[in-house]
Design a protein around this ligand. Structure first.
Ligand SMILES: C[S@@+](CC[C@H](N)C(=O)[O-])C[C@H]1O[C@@H](n2cnc3c(N)ncnc32)[C@H](O)[C@@H]1O
Length: 189
């Protein structure tokens, strides 16, 4: 069966992570992606998980403690400032990052990701990726800011030089109600 976007986003990340790696959850929300990443990198690995809402950091913290996760640092800050948290040792060695865009389900819909900060974060993360590392974005574009973000992102990533990056879109063509889709960016070896 073709995988749903979240399952496929996780698979894309799992394929490029190894125990001991460092990875980023750029939008931790309720912590579901953070938990998946923490498992991919194992106890010796490290997850940096960002969100601008205290509520999200709390939800993620609770979710992780239920699963005895100890390899994750929760960061109440915008992913735009990700460069302040990537250590010199991780420069050029980062296995990847996941962005689950949009707003926190069941919360204030006005607090949402936007093209400008998402693109700033992608640019900073892509410089720190290891060869073969990936940035995986799940794009929700069925709300007004999401529609603008989608256009900005697609216009931005389509210009990445194919000698250095592979850029994939994974999208169901026959689903109703503007379903989310994936953009995956891989730094070539
Ligand atoms: C769709 S939710 C994420 C869902 C989450 N990954 C999960 O597994 O439950 C999007 C999240 O992005 C957060 N967000 C919005 N702008 C942000 C920014 N500039 N930096 C970090 N997080 C941001 C929102 O607060 C919200 O919690």
């Amino acid at each position: 069966m073709l995988k749903h976007v979240i399952a496929y986003a996780h698979e894309l990340m799992e394929q490029v992570t190894q125990p001991g790696d460092t990875v980023i959850d750029a939008t931790c929300g309720n912590g579901n992606d953070t938990l998946a990443l923490s498992r991919f990198v194992g106890e010796e690995g490290k997850v940096l998980a960002f969100d601008i809402q205290e509520q999200a950091i709390e939800m993620t913290s609770k979710h992780l403690s239920l699963h005895d996760v100890t390899n994750t640092t929760l960061i109440l800050d915008s992913h735009q400032r990700v460069d302040h948290y990537i250590t010199p040792e991780d420069e050029g060695k980062l296995a990847g990052a996941i962005f689950n865009l949009g707003y926190l389900p069941g919360s204030n819909k006005a607090i949402t990701t936007n093209a400008e900060s998402t693109i700033t974060a992608i640019e900073k993360i892509r410089r720190a990726l290891k060869p073969g590392g990936r940035i995986v974005l799940v794009v929700y574009h069925g709300h007004p800011e999401g529609a603008i973000e989608k256009e900005g992102l697609l216009a931005h990533v389509k210009d990445y030089d194919q000698k250095h990056y592979a850029v994939l879109q994974y999208r169901f063509l026959n689903q109703k109600n503007t379903p989310p889709f994936i953009i995956a960016i891989e730094k070539k070896k």
